[in-house]
Design a binder for this molecule. Structure first.
Ligand SMILES: [Mg+2]
Length: 261
């Protein structure tokens, strides 16, 4: 017996409940379908943190400053567990399929834009000690962490980076990190495997006060005016991927730790 009769039985059951008009019964039936554990295997009553994360990833929940306090454990399990890796790999696998399908000109002008934090380098060692996004952002402490140069490579992003290079696509890093973090950022990137690039663009002081959408759009516009074709663009924030000159195709990596507009 295949799965189809089972599904039919289920839908008939739901239909029967619906036709009785009892909303409590419907809720009960649906509740039985809910998975009872999260990405890290922990039980999540009501799954509200999973729904919150989905809302964040789909850009429906915007402008948030911290992870809901009740979701610290859930987000911690998610980012330290296998689901974050799996979700990231789905994105980079799609990016590789897409990159291979491109008719590249091979004139050295095909360019892929990478964000840095939570796209190329992971700051999980920092966030693991600061409530997985529950604690309000502290620029002093975060910058101190950045200056250690101990960001980890996001393995699937590094795989994509190497694949793109092998296809002859140039890499441009565009980051909201300030210019005075150029040396430590470059060293950190090289130390974890991002050994070379066409451009490494950090945020100059003239961009103080503008959003990442405005700043990153302007940087991409500059690149295109220099003759580059942005064939792809990958980031963990929607502000990496929205605005103007976003590239031929964009790829959104998961990041439930913080929001940048
Ligand atoms: Mg980022």
């Amino acid at each position: 017996m295949g799965m189809l009769p089972l599904f039919l039985t289920f839908f008939v059951a739901i239909f029967a409940v619906t036709s009785k008009g009892s909303e409590d019964s419907i809720a009960h039936q649906i509740h039985l379908l809910r998975p009872q554990s999260g990405s890290g295997g922990g039980r999540i009553p009501g799954l509200s943190c999973l729904s919150w994360r989905l809302g964040v990833e789909t850009n429906n929940i915007i402008g948030w400053s911290t992870v809901p306090e009740a979701c610290e454990g859930y987000i911690g399990h998610y980012v330290l567990g296998s689901q974050y890796r799996k979700d990231s790999k789905v994105v980079t696998d799609e990016a590789i399929v897409y990159a291979k399908s491109l008719n590249l000109t091979k004139d050295g002008k095909d360019l892929w834009v990478f964000d840095i934090d939570e796209t190329s380098l992971s700051n999980l060692p920092y966030y693991a000690h600061h409530g997985f996004g529950v604690e309000p952002y502290n620029a002093t402490l975060f910058n101190k962490w950045v200056l250690t140069g101990k960001g980890l490579a996001l393995p699937d992003s590094l795989g994509l980076y190497n694949k793109l290079l092998s296809l002859g696509i140039k890499i441009a890093f565009i980051t909201g990190r300030p210019e005075d973090q150029r040396n430590v950022t470059a060293t950190n990137l090289k130390n974890v495997g991002f050994h070379s690039w066409e451009k490494l663009i950090l945020k100059g002081s003239s961009y103080k006060g503008t959003t990442a959408v405005v700043y990153k759009s302007a940087q991409r516009e500059n690149l295109e005016e220099s003759g580059y074709r942005i064939v792809g663009n990958i980031g963990d924030q929607w502000s990496d991927l929205l605005g103007t000159h976003v590239g031929k195709r964009t790829f959104k990596l998961p990041d439930p730790l913080y929001y940048i507009s």
